[in-house]
Design a protein around this ligand. Structure first.
Ligand SMILES: Nc1nc2c(ncn2[C@@H]2O[C@H](COP(=O)(O)OP(=O)(O)OP(=O)(O)O)[C@@H](O)[C@H]2O)c(=O)[nH]1
Ligand SMILES: [Mg+2]
Ligand SMILES: [Zn+2]
Length: 302
């Protein structure tokens, strides 16, 4: 039947979902079939791939029939199928929170999301700290882009990295996420849907999760914040495997259950001692490990 379409949910507000038919470049306002709710039990999220049925072609309305299988999903912000997380740090104002950056990276590793580090406000850099932070994360195996609104750098490079991905932006308040997103949308957004509604610019914080389509294929995601992320759904025993720089030697420690903190014959510690893995990132690893282990040991208490 030709009123059955494939689409991607851009946003959902009060039981109505904006579903993009990418081939047609049209956005349909859809509800969910009651049947589906009863049988499937899961409710649609922005980022979901869906099969929907057009009810009114002129009025652009329809019903969502099937929600495609998810690669990942989040409760806060409510979104599914993220494949890239742009972790934004500022050189200063605010001072970079590398602990948050590490936690977001762990979340990425655990949820099969490819991380991208953006070091913003490099115009404010005096002591070479942008390069320094960049080196730490490049050495760990991550992609790093230096960005500045004032110097007008980094945007073209970022635009290339966004191609074909659903990218969410994360980071402390004030690092420049909205500034970067607006820049991207002003230059490279597809004009699908209600253009006037594109992005709430200015002082108003975003209340709804919304995906915007890009000219190169792919979407950027405006969210009220991925910053509150913690590593709580990672097991302490799994933590080290979420550090790419540790991963290559993990199986080589003397003890199979090595925590990489104080056991003899630990290959991870050896890497750190030889300067092959960043000592500060390792210190933060030790701290998270202890936090996670404590939470695990107290799991039956309240
Ligand atoms: N000097 C300098 N200032 C910047 C740059 N990018 C953004 N800013 C400023 O930093 C401030 C915060 O930027 P936003 O884009 O609102 O930051 P945000 O990450 O969206 O913050 P929240 O929405 O609170 O999470 C604004 O005053 C921007 O003008 C930059 O490259 N250089
Ligand atoms: Mg913002
Ligand atoms: Zn070890």
């Amino acid at each position: 039947m030709d009123n059955i379409r494939q689409g991607i949910i851009l946003k959902g507000v009060g039981g109505f979902y904006d579903v993009l038919d990418q081939e047609a470049g049209l956005v349909y306002t859809c509800k969910v079939r009651g049947v589906h709710r009863k049988s499937g039990g899961i409710s649609p999220l922005p980022g979901d791939s869906v099969t929907f049925r057009v009810i009114d072609e002129k009025g652009l309305t329809g019903f969502i029939d099937v929600i495609g299988e998810r690669k990942n999903e989040f409760a806060r912000p409510p979104v599914a199928n993220i494949d890239q997380l742009a972790i934004v740090l500022a050189v200063k104002s605010p001072e970079p929170d590398l602990s948050l950056a590490d936690k977001l990276l762990i979340t990425c590793e655990a949820k099969d999301i490819s991380p991208l580090i953006l070091i913003n406000k490099i115009d404010l850099d005096e002591g070479g700290s942008a390069e320094c932070i960049g080196r730490i994360y490049k050495k760990a195996g991550y992609r790093v882009i230096l960005v500045s609104k004032v110097l007008d750098t980094g945007y073209d490079e970022l635009h290339k990295e966004l191609k074909g991905c659903k990218t969410a932006f994360a980071g402390q308040s004030g690092v420049g996420k909205s500034t970067i997103l607006n820049r991207i949308l002003n230059n490279w957004a597809m004009e699908t849907g209600e253009v006037s509604e594109r992005i709430q610019r200015g002082r108003h914080t975003t209340r709804h999760v919304q995906l915007f389509e890009l000219d190169v294929g792919g979407f950027v995601l405006d969210t009220p914040g991925f910053s509150a992320y913690s590593v709580c759904d990672v097991e302490h025993t799994e933590l080290a495997s979420h550090y790419p720089e540790f991963r290559k030697v993990i199986g080589e420690c003397r003890f199979t259950s090595c925590s990489h903190i104080n056991e003899p014959g630990c290959r991870v510690r050896e890497l750190v001692e030889k300067g092959k893995a960043d000592a500060e990132r390792y210190k933060r690893y030790v701290q998270y490990y202890r936090e996670l282990k404590e939470a695990y040991d107290n799991r039956y208490r309240r």
